[in-house]
Design a protein around this ligand. Structure first.
Ligand code: NDP
Ligand code: MG
Length: 391
């Protein structure tokens, strides 16, 4: 593609969003005019968005969690298009033309962002794994109907995307995702109860937003990623495994029919998968993640599902259907918020999810509204359980 690629970054003030903008700036320094930022969004961090407006003066701006009235002093002196409120991303996308939307929105709110990106005929660079867990059937239907691409940004899935497209899906029999194992991999079990939200948010390798860091500590993040891998690569659940690999150098592996394993390795740096997604289907310039293996010692072990029940629960949800994986995600979000608010213990997060999954989930996910209904119902059950057990 020789013309400038027009890009919208949703969740621009977060970890993925900021790293995306670094990749865009680096690419434009190397080859001026490679990318143009035409839209940016945040939830409530209007100050950070106003700063970005100075850096990208042509971008429209959406602030989903605020109204115009409260934010006028911050943005009134900028001659940019601003949109506020729950419908801000839709209005932003209505107001522009873009080739690619990077979805770096945190949590379940990212599902609607994915739908809106595809409805507006944009390819989707997808960091928001919750979109796939909540309602991949709707996302896939929309993308297929419009001939649009979904390019995974989550590092393990970006690695699988590279391995499967380079090796060919017909030769691949199994997928493996690696997990760092989080900060409590070797902590004695009886100490897990005393973990604070601050301890849980401190990831040993990756610098990420708070929610995904806590999910990495419970391995709910790997549960979500297992579901993501099964759906994105149309692989049966029992052919996708998880391997603990504390160094986070190998991001994913595939096994081929001849039983050989192929590993995808790089330094742990999200800018590598982001840069690949920004440039896709062109090959990206080699800017990030270059690995020198000399002197590196890599470790691998099977996950302890007794210590990390969120992995077992993700598999159980996956064996049922999309309504149940949607409920898994919603219940986990409620449980993580309750843990952050010191209402439940770290070890009660999986209890909240297990209790929610035990309800009746024989529901259809035939349209987008039913996906939101299931999400709301699961939040209600999870909140009810939190109230019952809260400390
Ligand atoms: P952050 O918490 O750092 O950033 C989240 C972004 O989303 C912020 O811009 C925030 O705005 C915005 N946001 C939050 N809530 C809403 C909402 N309700 N509606 C619209 N926008 C909202 O998250 P991360 O960047 O860490 O993660 C983003 C997504 O990417 C998640 O789905 C995560 O699982 C996934 N991911 C992240 C990785 C990482 O390295 N960080 C790696 C792989 C996947 P504001 O600043 O105003 O609050
Ligand atoms: Mg990941």
């Amino acid at each position: 593609m020789n013309r400038t690629k027009k890009i919208v970054v949703l969740g621009a003030t977060g970890s993925i969003g900021k790293q995306t903008l670094t990749c865009v700036d680096d690419a434009n320094r190397l080859r001026p005019g490679t990318f143009e930022i035409v839209g940016l969004s945040a939830y409530s961090n209007v100050q950070a968005l106003a700063e970005l407006a100075k850096r990208y003066p042509k971008a429209g701006l959406a602030c989903v969690g605020l109204s115009m009235t409260g934010s006028a002093p911050t943005c009134s002196n900028l001659g940019t298009r601003w949109f506020f409120g729950p419908d801000a991303i839709r209005k932003l996308l209505d107001s522009l033309e873009a080739d690619l939307v990077v979805n770096g929105v945190a949590s379940a709110a990212g599902f609607l962002a994915s739908i809106l990106a595809l409805e507006h005929d944009c390819d989707l660079a997808l960091a928001n794994k919750e979109s796939v867990v909540m309602g991949f059937s709707q996302i896939k239907k929309l993308a297929d109907a419009k001939g649009l691409s979904i390019i995974p940004v989550d590092s393990e899935h970006a690695a699988l995307f590279q391995l499967t497209s380079r090796i060919g899906t017909q030769s691949i029999t199994e997928l493996t995702l690696t997990a760092s194992g989080g900060p409590f991999r070797t902590m004695p079990l009886e100490q897990l109860k005393a973990i604070t939200p601050e301890d849980a948010a401190r990831h040993p390798v990756w610098k990420m937003g708070k929610k995904i860091s806590i999910d990495s500590a419970t391995l709910a993040n790997k549960g979500l990623e297992l579901i993501e891998a099964v759906r994105l690569f149309s692989m049966p659940e029992d052919r996708v495994s998880i391997l603990i690999h504390p160094e986070s150098i190998v991001h994913a592996l595939v096994r081929t029919k001849d039983s050989a394993l192929y590993a995808y390795m790089s330094e742990p740096d999200m800018k590598l998968p982001i840069n690949i997604a920004l440039n896709w289907p062109e090959e990206e310039p080699a800017l990030y993640g270059r690995l020198d293996l000399a002197g590196k010692i890599l470790h691998f072990e099977a996950p302890d599902t007794g210590r990390f029940p969120m992995l077992r629960l993700a598999r159980e949800a996956l064996r049922l259907d999309e309504a149940v994986t949607n409920a898994y995600n919603a219940a986990n979000e409620v449980a993580v918020s309750a843990f952050v608010e010191h209402r439940i213990l770290f070890t009660q997060i999986p209890e909240v999810v297990e209790n929610t999954l035990s309800k009746n989930w024989s529901l259809e996910t035939a349209d987008i509204d039913s996906i939101f209904e299931i999400d709301a119902r699961a939040r209600h059950y999870a909140e009810e359980y939190v109230r019952k057990v809260s400390c």
